[in-house]
Design a protein around this ligand. Structure first.
Ligand SMILES: C[S@@+](CC[C@H](N)C(=O)[O-])C[C@H]1O[C@@H](n2cnc3c(N)ncnc32)[C@H](O)[C@@H]1O
Length: 225
C-alpha cells in the first residue's frame, strides 16, 4: 500500500493523527529532497516519529527540462513499484498538503500509468498556517481569495485584485523586488511575508513597513485589500 502524506509546514504538531498512524505503520518512508539543498522540511517534521532506517531520500529534479523530469519521475515510480511488489507499506511525504504545488503531482502521473493505487492523507497548507499565524482571514463572508505563484509576474498578480479580496503569493524566492512592486501598486491594507515559517530561522515581515528584504527561499506572502 502507498500513502501520500501531507506533513504540514515545519512544526511536528501539525501532523494529523492519520498521518502519524500511516507513518508508524510504514516499512519505508520516502522523503523528497532537493538536489540543491541539504535540508528537508519534511524530514525535520517526521524524524522523531519514524525509525531512521526506514527513511529513504528521493532527490527531486530542479530542472524545467521535460525529458529530464520525465526520466527522474519514471525512475522514482519504478522504485516505488519495486518496494510495493516486495510487499512493503510505503509512505511518500510532502510538505503542506499534497494538492498544492507538490512535486508528487508529477510522480502521480507515472504511478497511475503503472496502475499503482495510492491514498492521499491531507496536510495543513503553508498559506493556511501563515494566515492563522498572523491572524488575517483569507476570506470573510461574500469574499474570495486566490493562490498564485510569484513567477506569474507583477501584471498578472495585480489584476487578481480586481476579483479577489486576498491574494496568496507562493514561491517568492528571489523575486522580492517584484513583490514590493505589487505592494506599491495595490496598496493592500495588510501585506505580510512569511519566511521559513515554523522553522528555526522564521521571519515574518510587514511589507507595508519595509522596502528592503533579503532573498526569501522558503517564503510566501499574503496581501489583503
Ligand atoms: C513546492 S511548494 C509546496 C506547497 C505545499 N504543498 C503547501 O501546501 O503549502 C513550496 C512553497 O510553499 C511555501 N511554503 C511551504 N512551507 C513553507 C514554510 N515553512 N514557510 C514559508 N513558506 C512555505 C513557499 O511559498 C514555498 O516556496
Amino acid at each position: 500500500m502507498l500513502y501520500v502524506i501531507g506533513v504540514g509546514v515545519g512544526k511536528p504538531e501539525f501532523l494529523t493523527l492519520e498521518a502519524l498512524e500511516k507513518l508508524r505503520k510504514s516499512d519505508i518512508v520516502i522523503v523528497p529532497k532537493s538536489k540543491k539543498s541539504s535540508r528537508s522540511v519534511a524530514f525535520n517534521v517526521i524524524k522523531d516519529f519514524v525509525d531512521k532506517d526506514k527513511i529513504q531520500f528521493f532527490s527531486f529534479p530542479t530542472t524545467n527540462d521535460k525529458d529530464e523530469l520525465k526520466r527522474a519521475y519514471d525512475s522514482q515510480a519504478l522504485m516505488i513499484e519495486k518496494l510495493l511488489n516486495e510487499g512493503k507499506t510505503v509512505s511518500y511525504t510532502t510538505i503542506g498538503d499534497v494538492s498544492i504545488y507538490s512535486t508528487f503531482n508529477y510522480l502521480s502521473e507515472r504511478l497511475k500509468d503503472l496502475g499503482i493505487y495510492f491514498e492521499i492523507i491531507p496536510g495543513i497548507p503553508s498559506f493556511v498556517a501563515f494566515a492563522d499565524r498572523i491572524k488575517i482571514p483569507l476570506s470573510l463572508k461574500d469574499e474570495s481569495f486566490a493562490v498564485v505563484e510569484m513567477k506569474k509576474g507583477v501584471g498578472h498578480i495585480v489584476k487578481l485584485f480586481e476579483y479577489f479580496d486576498t491574494v496568496v503569493i507562493m514561491k517568492v524566492n528571489n523575486r522580492i523586488d517584484e513583490l514590493l512592486e505589487i505592494v506599491e501598486m495595490v496598496k493592500p491594507k495588510d501585506a505580510w511575508l512569511g519566511k521559513n515559517l515554523f522553522l528555526e530561522k522564521e521571519e515574518i515581515v510587514d511589507l507595508n513597513k519595509t522596502d528592503k528584504i533579503n532573498e526569501a527561499y522558503l517564503s510566501l506572502a499574503v496581501l489583503r485589500r
